[in-house]
Design a protein around this ligand. Structure first.
Ligand code: NDP
Length: 444
């Protein structure tokens, strides 16, 4: 990969990059199939991603006609990297086996190792014979919707495709590596004013928040909507707050420390609840929820904004869903894409039907939505929420930060990029957007 990196650094032409040999193997972060039982008997929080994620050389897979190799300059940690590395709720090798049974090209993914990672920024180094819109030398970001576009079910909303997958989680050869194998329809232009690591962290969380709030497939937020956002300085939440502010809504952000509360204020979110300071106990024991605590949260929201939320942005799951359904206003929408604290959910259905509320499910984003979300980043209207950067060699430690909620926003990972701050192609736009806004989440 050294030659490819040198060519990228020298801004070599696409033709020159296309003439470079693609190496037979590359450096990647992977979990191993024969280690999926390594954490048996341990509590979730004791399962250490540094033990299961190996940074090692893997063979380069064959390129299919509709695919591209991307030299990955930077990537990011997503919560799915946490799930894969602790083998919860189940090892991801079952996904790879299923994909392996689908086709000749699917078979490449069924390996005894799983290269993880669902975000990337980098440079296209080779395209398959059927790729029309991209060429070697293109500077790109990668979104993670992995869809077979020859299947008719993919042609209304591709998130409804029967074989829709998340790249680098339910497929192999993901972004936490020096090279990535992607379908051409995962590629998007890299925002020119951002560095590689700033450009790498957005696609998964930004697109998900876009669909949940701005798309007609999600809660379709309108001007003036009060939007209650759990984890408002987290990966999803940091973008969600920006969508609400951009769209003329009123965000109420929940965080768990005074530092995060300040960060939220700096982002422009006036109404903040520190859940730790408030000490809500929605569950009095493992089986019983306490409605009086839901009411207390509801009162806190009303005292801040004078009304109930039109939309609740939900992802913590079991711990919070009862409260989310309760505090959502009459006719409002709880939009959910995850269940970090547990997926067996309990809420009081009376509060849902008597007040005509809806629960709307959402999952990543189709290509169009991801493209629109990327376009907003590229125009400087949505900012990256990058807080810290690790080298690929320390991917286990970076993943543990997210696992233990010791981070804000997103953690970036340098793959081929030898240092931070590289890859900025449009310094004038960067200046217009403002360094302070672009780097708001960065820890000093
Ligand atoms: P982060 O860890 O970056 O942020 C989540 C935030 O939620 C935390 O920082 C924390 O904020 C808050 N939180 C965590 N647990 C609780 C809890 N029990 N009660 C209340 N708040 C809690 O993760 P992401 O935002 O990247 O992802 C969140 C979830 O969404 C994950 O499960 C992830 O797998 C899923 N996801 C799903 C996607 C999809 O397409 N379906 C796409 C992206 C993510 P604080 O402590 O400050 O309150």
């Amino acid at each position: 990969m050294d030659e490819i990196l040198q060519a990228i650094e020298a801004e070599a032409s696409g033709d020159d990059i296309a003439n470079l040999a693609v190496p037979a193997g590359y450096r990647a972060a992977a979990v191993h199939k024969d280690e999926t039982a390594m954490f048996e008997g341990l509590a979730t929080g004791e399962k250490d991603p540094s033990r299961s994620l190996h940074v090692e050389e893997v063979p380069t897979p064959e390129l299919a006609p509709d695919e591209a190799y991307v030299a990955v300059m930077a990537s990011s940690i997503n919560f799915n990297t946490v799930w894969t590395s602790i083998f919860e709720p189940l090892p991801t090798f079952a996904f790879l086996e299923r994909l392996g049974r689908e086709s000749r090209w699917g078979r490449r993914h069924d390996q005894p190792y799983h290269v993880v990672g669902s975000d990337a920024s980098g440079v296209v180094v080779r395209v398959g014979s059927a790729v029309r819109n991209w060429k070697p030398g293109d500077r790109v970001t990668v979104h993670c919707n992995f869809v077979d576009d020859q299947d008719p079910s993919a042609h209304d909303d591709s998130m409804l495709a029967v074989n829709q997958r998340i790249w680098g989680f339910e497929s192999n050869f993901g972004g936490l590596a020096d090279l990535a194998l992607v379908k051409a329809n995962q590629l998007m232009p890299k925002p020119a004013h951002l560095s590689w690591e700033e450009a790498a962290v957005n696609a998964l969380c930004n697109s998900t928040s876009y669909r949940m709030l701005a798309s007609r497939h999600g809660a379709a937020m309108k001007q003036g909507d009060v939007v209650f956002i759990w984890g408002a300085t987290g990966g999803l939440g940091g973008y969600a707050v920006q969508y609400v502010l951009n769209g003329g809504g009123i965000p109420v952000g929940v965080v768990s420390s005074p530092e995060k509360a300040k960060l939220l204020n700096d982002l422009g979110c006036e109404h903040v609840i520190d859940r730790k300071e408030k000490g809500y106990r929605f569950w009095s024991d493992d089986h019983t929820q306490d409605e009086s605590e839901w009411r207390r949260l509801g009162r806190d929201v009303r005292s801040l904004v004078g009304e109930d939320p039109h939309i609740v942005f939900e992802h913590p799951g079991r711990q919070t869903m009862g409260a989310s359904v309760f505090i959502c206003g009459r006719g409002g929408t709880v939009v959910t894409c995850a269940a970090t604290s547990g997926y067996m959910i309990e809420y009081d259905n009376r509060h849902l039907w008597m007040k005509l509320k809806s629960i709307k499910s959402s999952h990543f984003a189709n290509y169009k939505e991801a493209w629109e979300a990327n376009r907003l980043v590229a125009r400087g209207m949505i900012q990256p929420v990058l807080s810290a950067v690790y080298p690929l060699q320390e991917v286990g430690e970076a993943t543990a930060q997210v696992q233990h909620n010791r981070h804000e926003g997103k953690i970036g990972v340098l793959c081929l990029a030898p240092r931070e701050g590289m890859g900025i192609d449009d310094p004038e736009l960067r200046e217009r957007v403002g360094e302070d806004r672009i780097t708001l989440f960065r820890r000093s």
